[in-house]
Design a protein around this ligand. Structure first.
Ligand code: FES
Ligand SMILES: [Fe+2]
Length: 396
């Protein structure tokens, strides 16, 4: 997704025939449940920024398909995550989507069982307790939490592997020169897309649609206007190997500096970027299945996904700025451009979804430019296969 491959890299495109996933993978209830079990309920998922829960006793609730999770900052400043479910008879604990606790206890609204902010059951108001009942046996259902550069990730697996950092795609760009930890949210957009979550990622993974769907973006990033994402997507790339014109290099059009309506920056730029990072125009990092982040010279943008159903996905985009830049930047010019691109993508994803119900459509076929869809499909297939054979690793 980023044009930073070395000149020696071979052609990126697919040269053999690959079918897509079967269409039922995008609308069937059972296929959706398998996606949840194999992927969403055992991956590191970005849920918010650390700064969204900045103060002790602040909390947020987040929904991942049918699962509701509360993320809070305890009195010591540590972040914790729990299922939003009481251990007594399963009542929901928090009804609000965000707020601040009034006490250092979580008290269930139903029969007032109370839990410490570490999740331990500390108070049961019954007059007497049944024989054998031990409060230590009924802590809140704890959820694994991992921090990555100012972002909070959770994992619904009881014993997840690795950490949020390990969830980033190995092809991700290096964002270490962007001061991600300190950035603040300048604008947030939340949208429900009527498509399966995989449709969004497929669309993200190719630019074959760019000339038709993103006219303005294709003018800003001329290689996109050729239906390509990077120099090595062109079978003829070697003929243009030394040509640094934007339509070959993947840089922004001549004179443009960032992704905004007019292509210009409207406030301070990040001081720590290298000349190559400033010239690149956009640097992407992806953590499947929940988010991608893109760095520009003056701001960063994240897109977070959460499945709502087989054919419904919630998208939350945030535009992140340096705190001192926010007051000095005309963010409208920036937000308008990114919103347009996202709306164009969401609309075409919904169109894709609608066509997948044909009884005659057994599978689609990938074109060479869709090499990253093949990687994505392989990743989905591997995750499903791993769920079917949980002991495969230990048996080896
Ligand atoms: S369900 Fe929570 S105290 Fe009864
Ligand atoms: Fe797009």
């Amino acid at each position: 997704m980023q044009p930073n491959a070395s000149e020696r890299d071979p052609y990126n495109g697919l040269t053999s025939l690959h079918p897509t996933l079967p269409p039922a993978a995008y609308w069937d209830a059972e296929a959706y449940r398998r996606d949840l079990d194999a992927i969403w309920y055992r991956s590191w998922l970005m849920v918010c920024r650390e700064s969204d829960i900045a103060e002790p006793l602040a909390f947020r609730t987040v929904r991942i398909a049918s699962q509701e999770i509360v993320v809070l900052r305890d009195e010591t400043g540590a972040l914790r995550a729990f299922h939003n479910t009481c251990r007594h008879r399963g009542s929901q604990l928090f009804q609000e989507s965000a707020g601040r606790l009034k006490a250092r206890l979580l008290t269930c609204p139903y029969h007032a069982w109370s839990y410490s902010l570490r999740g331990d059951l500390v108070r049961v108001p019954s007059k007497s307790l049944p024989e054998g009942f031990d409060k230590a046996d009924y802590p809140l259902y704890r959820v694994a939490l991992s921090l990555w550069r100012g972002f909070v990730f959770i994992n619904l697996a009881e014993e997840p592997e690795d950490s949020a950092e390990s969830s980033f795609d190995r092809g991700s760009g290096d964002l270490s020169n962007w001061p991600l930890e300190t950035l603040v949210t300048g604008h947030r957009l939340t949208k429900v897309m009527n498509c399966n979550w995989k449709i969004f990622w497929e669309n993200f993974n190719e630019c074959l649609h760019c000339p038709g769907v993103h006219k303005d973006l294709s003018r800003l990033v001329p290689i996109y206007g050729r239906g390509l994402m990077a120099r090595h997507d062109d079978p003829e790339w070697a003929r243009h190997a030394d040509n640094d014109a934007p339509e070959f290099s993947g840089r922004l059009r001549v004179g443009a500096e960032t992704w905004s309506k007019d292509g210009h920056v409207h406030g301070p730029v990040f001081p720590g970027l290298t000349p190559a990072e400033r010239a690149a125009g956009q640097t992407y990092a992806t953590s499947l299945p929940s988010m991608f982040i893109v760095g520009h010279v003056d701001y960063m943008r994240t897109v977070r996904l959460a499945p709502l159903g087989p054919e419904q996905t919630e998208l939350t985009a945030e535009w992140l700025f340096a705190p001192d830049a926010l007051g000095k930047t005309d963010i409208d010019n920036i937000v308008a451009f990114g919103t347009q691109v996202l709306e164009e993508d969401a609309a075409i994803c919904e169109v894709n979804q609608k066509g997948l119900r044909s009884m005659r459509h057994e599978a689609g076929v990938l074109m060479p430019e869709e090499y990253d869809l093949r990687r994505f499909h392989d990743w989905v297939r591997e995750r499903h296969a791993a769920l079917k054979t949980p002991s495969a690793d230990s048996a080896r």
